[in-house]
Design a protein around this ligand. Sequence first.
Ligand SMILES: Cc1cc2nc3c(=O)[nH]c(=O)nc-3n(C[C@H](O)[C@H](O)[C@H](O)COP(=O)(O)OP(=O)(O)OC[C@H]3O[C@@H](n4cnc5c(N)ncnc54)[C@H](O)[C@@H]3O)c2cc1C
Length: 390
Amino acid sequence: MLGAHLHSNQSQTTDCVDVCIVGAGVVGLALARALASVFPDRDIVLLEQHGRVGMETSSHNSEVIHAGIYYAPGSLKALCCVQGRKLLYDYCHSMDIPFRRIGKLIVANLDEQHRLEEILARARLNGVDSLQQLDAVQIRAMEPNVQADLALWSPDTGIIDSHSYMQHLLREAQAKGVMLASHTSLEHTSVKPGSGGFDLTLQSARQTIKLQSRVLINCAGLHAAHVARTIEGLPSSHVPQIQFLKGNYLRLSGKSPFSHLIYPVPDPAHRGLGIHATLDLGGQCRFGPDIEPVNSLDLAVDSSRIPLFSREIKRYFPGLNEEKLSVDYAGIRPRLLTNDGSAADFMIQNDSTHAIPGLWQLFGIESPGLTASLALAELVAKQIKDSAIF
Ligand SMILES: Cc1cc2nc3c(=O)[nH]c(=O)nc-3n(C[C@H](O)[C@H](O)[C@H](O)COP(=O)(O)OP(=O)(O)OC[C@H]3O[C@@H](n4cnc5c(N)ncnc54)[C@H](O)[C@@H]3O)c2cc1C
């Protein structure tokens, strides 16, 4: 089997599996767990180019369990966020994964009232009925350091220990027989003619491995388009354009001035949720992420961003002491763009897209991908089951 070969010094060996999942981020892990339940007798391998799981975007995000407020009604983002949020809270409960249903305020000034109303209407269309409207007095009572005239209170928003979550997914998947091949990247794929399936070329630290798989699932996050380009037989028209949008975070030293998550009303021109305040489970407050188009995957955060952050934060937190801000970390969104340049929906490709049986590809899994992960996994697992490929 693959695992044995990975620990030998042989090269050019060939193994066969039923399912090969590329990428052990939170989506690949959730999918491995789901598929192991749906197909208990199938050989499933999960490839990860790094030494550990979840080292890319899945560990460089806000760790917020989103309610499902902002996304276009009927979109995969909306459906999978709302469904995924419920599944994730249940999973956290049942597995003892650290989380807090801490809640969030979306704060606005009087001249932004119409935008708050649009958000409320959209949330209701998405099935998020728990939002409450607050006035300035209610906001002050809840968050004395926040200055705002109006707010929406979302009690269903939470925070999670994403590392613990991913470790639980991995443990469950492995217990059900999924084989994790870390330090192993998929380099090249050719679509087998006739009976179908894929010939894969993998590279580990020590050797080149040939693998055959009946099903191939590309959930390589930031690298998904690159992986797709290395599939011989997949027309390039099925490889979408992905833009890398870096999100930088700044940390606020000392005790957090807030006890809930604080978000400004998103400015449509800025293509993001605005510089918001999040808390981690240790109570540390940080601000971000902003939006910075980048061409590389460099995660360094530049302190020159502090004045811009400060200006944005002071709109709802006038008491900010800028000297308490310092650079923290960054993550990068793999964004699919619509024709007008706005964020497109998650994209799931299968044979109805490209006519290659057994090939599933996930593109543009940016926020709320962490929240949506269990729902995305259920959706793809169901598509594979319904395809009757096994
Ligand atoms: C700044 C920021 C903030 C966010 N905040 C939130 C939030 O608060 N809440 C929320 O719900 N979502 C949030 N998200 C979104 C969420 O983090 C992502 O949607 C999610 O982590 C995507 O997971 P993934 O498994 O698709 O991708 P990744 O985590 O990127 O995993 C892909 C994996 O594939 C591996 N890989 C790539 N190519 C190969 C190859 N050829 N061979 C083998 N392995 C390969 C990579 O090493 C990587 O481990 C945020 C994202 C960003 C950038």
